[in-house]
Ligand binder design. Structure first.
Ligand code: ZN
Length: 268
C-alpha cells in the first residue's frame, strides 16, 4: 500500500462511501460489509475515531491552520489503531500556504500515516501534491438512458428494436425491407435516440469499453473488423446529422441500410 493517494472523482459523496469502506478494511481486520457490530467501525461511521481525520474547506479554502492542526493531532501515535489516516476533501481548495504546509507533511513520511486527497478537479490540485501521490480515478459515469433523458422502459424498447435490426443486417446479412421494420414507424425524436444508441453500440465495440452498452447486441458485431466498425461509426454519425434536417425518414433509412450493407460488401 502507498502512503498518499489522489482520488479524482465526479461524485464526492459516493467516493466517500467507498473510501470509508476501504479505511474500515485498513483499520479493522474484522470488517465485513454488513457488520455494524464492531465498535471501531462504528467510531468511523460517526466520524469519532481519533486516528481518522477528515478535512474539508473552511469557507472557500482549506487553510494552513487546518493542516497544522492535523499535523499536530497526528504527532502522537495512535493508541487505538496502528495506522493514522486523513482525508482531504476538495484537495484543489488548499490555498497556497495550506498546500505548502501539506507538502512538508508529505515529505516527512511516517510509515503509519496514510493520506487520501479527494478532488473533482484534479487539474487544479498543485502539481507538487499530485506528483507525491498515487492517482486513482473513481469517476462515475451516467448510464446511456440518463444521458438521453429517457426511461429505462423506453431504453429497453429501443434496444430490442435495434437488436433485431442489427441482427438482420450483421448476422443474417439480409437487405432490410425497411417498410416492414419497426424502426421506420418511429417519430424523428425516437429515431434520433435510436441512432444515438446504435452509435454507442458500435463505438463501445471499437474502443472495447462497455460502460454504457452491455448487451447481447454487442456480440453480433464480434466478427467485424475494427475498420468495418470504424466506417460504421462514421456513417451513423453522419446520419445522426441528417435526421436533424427535415428529410423524408423512409428515404433516409433506405439509404442508411444500403450504405451499411455497402460497408460489409467492401470486406473492410
Ligand atoms: Zn470493524
Amino acid at each position: 500500500m502507498a502512503h498518499a493517494y489522489l482520488i479524482s472523482s465526479n461524485n464526492t459523496d459516493e467516493t466517500m462511501k467507498i473510501l470509508l469502506n476501504v479505511i474500515k478494511n485498513i483499520f479493522c481486520g474484522e470488517y465485513e460489509d454488513n457488520s455494524n457490530k464492531c465498535s471501531l467501525c462504528h467510531l468511523i461511521d460517526i466520524n469519532n475515531l481519533p486516528s481518522l481525520k477528515i478535512i474539508e474547506p473552511d469557507g472557500n479554502f482549506i487553510k494552513k491552520d487546518q493542516i497544522l492542526a492535523l499535523k499536530n493531532s497526528f504527532s502522537k501515535s495512535s493508541v487505538i489503531t496502528k495506522e493514522q489516516v486523513y482525508i482531504i476533501k476538495n484537495a484543489e481548495k488548499m490555498n497556497k500556504e495550506a498546500a505548502n504546509t501539506m507538502l512538508k507533511f508529505l515529505e516527512e513520511p511516517d510509515g503509519n500515516v496514510i493520506s487520501f486527497f479527494l478532488t473533482n478537479h484534479i487539474d487544479n490540485v498543485m502539481l507538487t501534491i499530485q506528483s507525491r501521490c498515487q492517482h486513482i480515478d473513481l469517476s462515475f459515469h451516467n448510464t446511456l438512458e440518463e444521458d438521453l433523458s429517457i426511461t429505462k422502459e423506453k431504453y429497453t424498447e429501443y434496444l430490442e428494436v435495434i437488436t433485431n435490426y442489427l441482427k438482420e443486417l450483421e448476422v443474417n446479412k439480409r437487405k432490410l425491407i425497411l417498410n416492414n421494420l419497426k424502426i421506420s414507424e418511429y417519430e424523428k425524436s425516437d429515431l434520433i435516440n435510436i441512432f444515438k444508441i446504435m452509435l454507442e453500440i458500435y463505438h463501445s465495440k471499437l474502443v472495447n469499453n462497455y460502460d454504457k452498452i452491455n448487451h447481447d447486441v454487442c456480440d453480433y458485431l464480434n466478427n467485424l473488423s475494427k475498420n468495418n466498425i470504424y466506417a460504421k461509426v462514421k456513417l451513423i454519425t453522419s446520419y445522426l446529422n441528417k435526421i436533424n434536417y427535415n428529410v423524408n425518414e423512409n428515404l433516409l433509412l433506405d439509404s442508411f441500410v444500403l450504405e451499411m450493407d455497402g460497408i460489409n460488401n467492401e470486406n473492410i
